[in-house]
Design a protein around this ligand. Structure first.
Ligand code: ADP
Length: 628
């Protein structure tokens, strides 16, 4: 029976991504949501909506009963769990089965087996799939574990049997630390998963994380769709993923792809799965775990194979054979995905919550943006702080890196801190270009420090500032400003809690910064401005600073225009063209984000033009009032 209607038991970008494929396949969709997500993008996009409950996860996205009831009420044929949440929980699969609804995911037995790191490893060892040397027995007596650790040899990694997302993982460098680290891992595991059992593994010191996308149907066919390198991680969490893995020899690659297929066959798997391997410096690789669901990074596989993995999931779930045989699946070119997070790389990647005042995500040819949020949505503490996945494809890896840098350069988010600068910086490093990033590289490296402001950056900003306020002939207008006898402009920038001051002056139609010639911006130099926040892109690096006044004062004071500091509505226009106004006089009142902003004259002037009237909607940076 073909699936005609699907409930998506998830939120955010993955719910949106699944809805998009359903639309192409003419399948109706039902979105579920919590209180916090009432107006979320995925809810707006679906054909039908179902409110689950409060923002509490247990009352909404993790509530099996409510989700199954929603599926029954909306008469869906199937439920897609996305990733995270209930995607790997046998309870949802079982409950749906009882209700005669298809679960678009792995069989219950596979979920149970792979949900336990010890059972998974034991199964793989039996199937002759190489595993990291370690201890994965049931006996959890501290002395037995300590002996096992010594036998493995330090450093040793302690992992929670029920683990995921890097929780409950501890590296132990020497025998004397083992007991205390074990306790701490057990505590973390108990808290996170309600299960304190652990396994031990040899800690691989120069590890690469390489995983294979596999797919199996209900008729015993298993294929792989090549590998992904996900070694660029912070805190055991992936931030950049690519396909194929660079620098992998043909022989190793073939062995790994075969091992993944063997692992998949060994557990009679059905659906989309990922077999994760850890690779050592000498190219030996070991099974780490199998993820029994769609991965966040599945897009890079789609980019190089041209396969829509969600469409395949739906096909397999309704009993169709795999759409392609192994010999018909080819990889072409290279794909990279970055995860754009609302977080602060300078502060231990602490999630950054707040209102997304501006979200500009660039999409070029052969690139895509998966995002579950829009400007004016909020990043909250309740859910994952990922803002978007940016994915690009190109003929080869170097071109792919360049293209990703272009996408990042032209993207900007304001309102929360993001890892955009960190991502560009990472992609620009020699290590990344030479594919020498290991899963622990970012723990030690100083790749992440905020860029210091340089004279070039100031010049790009000043150039942009002048440009911003003009329409058409920038320099003629700009020098006109000089001719009127305006004093040199004092520009103050705030960076890392300090104020940097620059004097901008005019001489023979050119401007000088601190009395000297300045860098002349190139085409690739970009300036993103939102209210008092500035992000300058120079040589693909992102420099973030702010202006001292929170009311976009510096933007307006510099030139002959008053700009809307953010999108909003004009409430009152207090002046008319021809009026003489004095410094500090209120010109326009606008409403933005439920606040009233009074926009004032920053100098004595005559009103030349007023572009809007009361009740007009304006966009950020629209010119509201022109002065002369
Ligand atoms: P989780 O299920 O919590 O995500 P994984 O077993 O998938 O845990 O491991 C997460 C990450 O930890 C891997 O991507 C890798 O970076 C690192 N890791 C896992 N096992 C080892 C190991 N034996 N040696 C070194 N690093 C490891």
């Amino acid at each position: 029976m073909p699936i005609k209607k699907i409930l998506i038991a998830n939120r955010g970008e993955i719910a949106v991504r699944i809805i998009n494929t359903c639309r192409q396949l003419n399948i109706l969709t039902v979105a579920v949501f919590s209180d916090a997500d009432r107006h979320a993008k995925h809810v707006m996009m679906a054909d039908e909506q179902c409110h689950l409950g409060s923002t509490d996860l247990a009352d909404s996205y993790l509530n099996v009963d409510k989700i199954v009831q929603a599926a029954i009420d909306h008469q869906v044929d199937a439920v897609h769990p996305g990733y995270g949440f209930l995607s790997e929980r046998p309870a949802l699969a079982k409950a749906l089965d009882k209700a005669n609804i298809i679960f678009i995911g792995a069989p219950v037995e596979a979920l149970e087996l792979m949900g336990s790191k010890s059972a998974a490893k034991q199964t793989m060892l039996l199937a002759d799939v190489p595993c990291v040397p370690g201890y994965q027995e049931d006996d959890q007596t501290p002395d037995v574990l300590a002996d096992a650790a010594r036998a493995i040899g330090f450093p040793v990694l302690i992992k929670a049997v029920a683990g995921g997302g890097g929780k409950g993982m501890k590296i132990v460098h020497q025998a004397t630390d083992f007991a205390s680290q074990l306790k701490s891992a057990q505590r973390e595991a108990q808290n996170a998963f309600g299960d304190d059992q652990v396994i031990l593994e040899k800690y691989i010191t120069r590890p690469k994380h390489i995983e294979v996308q596999v797919f199996a149907d209900q008729h015993g066919h298993v294929v792989h769709l090549f590998e992904r390198d996900c070694s660029t991680q912070r805190r055991y969490q992936k931030v950049i993923e690519e396909a194929p893995a660079a620098g992998l020899s043909d022989a190793t690659r073939t062995d790994m792809l075969n091992a993944a297929v063997k692992a998949t066959q060994a557990i009679n798997y059905v659906g989309a799965g990922t077999v994760e391997f850890i690779m050592d410096g000498d190219d030996s690789f070991y099974f780490m775990e199998m993820n029994t669901r769609l991965q966040v990074e599945h897009r890079v596989t789609e980019m190089i194979t041209g396969v829509d993995l969600v469409a395949w999931q739906i096909a397999v779930a309704q009993g169709d054979p795999l759409p392609k045989k192994q010999t018909e699946i080819h990889d072409r070119g290279h794909a990279i995905q970055v995860r754009l997070y609302a977080e602060d790389p300078d502060n231990n990647y602490l999630p950054s919550t707040g209102l997304l005042e501006q979200v500009k995500l660039m999409q070029l040819e052969h690139s895509l943006v998966d995002s579950g949020v829009r400007a004016s949505d909020s990043v909250t503490i309740h859910y994952d702080p990922m803002i978007a996945k940016l994915v690009v494809w190109a003929k080869n890896r170097n071109k792919c890196i360049s293209k990703m840098l272009q996408v990042l350069d032209q993207s900007a988010v304001f309102g929360v801190k993001t890892n955009l600068a960190f991502l560009s910086r990472l992609l620009s490093t020699r290590e990344f270009r030479k594919h020498q990033i290991y899963t622990n590289t970012l723990d030690n490296d100083e790749l992440i420090l905020a860029q210091e402001i340089t004279p070039e950056v100031v010049a790009i900003y000043v150039h942009h500032l002048l440009h911003l306020n003009q329409t058409g002939e920038v320099w003629k207008q700009a020098s006109g400003w000089h001719v009127q006898g305006t004093e040199p402009l004092l520009l103050e920038l705030r960076f890392k809690g300090e104020t940097l001051a620059y004097q901008i002056s005019w001489e023979e139609g050119q401007y000088l910064i601190n009395g000297t010639d300045h860098y002349w911006p190139q085409k690739e130099d970009i300036c993103h401005i939102h209210r008092h926040q500035v992000q300058v892109i120079h040589q693909h690096l992102r420099y973030e600073f702010s202006l001292p006044d929170h009311e976009a004062k510096a933007v307006t004071s510099s030139a002959n225009a008053i700009l809307a500091p953010m999108p909003g509505k004009i409430i009152e226009v207090k002046v008319n063209p021809g009026d003489e106004v004095v410094t500090g006089q209120s010109l326009v009142v606008m409403e933005a984000m439920k606040m009233e902003l009074e926009l004032k004259a920053e100098r004595d002037a005559v009103i030349k033009d007023i572009a809007y009237s009361e009740n007009d909607q304006v966009r950020a940076d629209d010119i509201l009032v022109e002065l002369e």
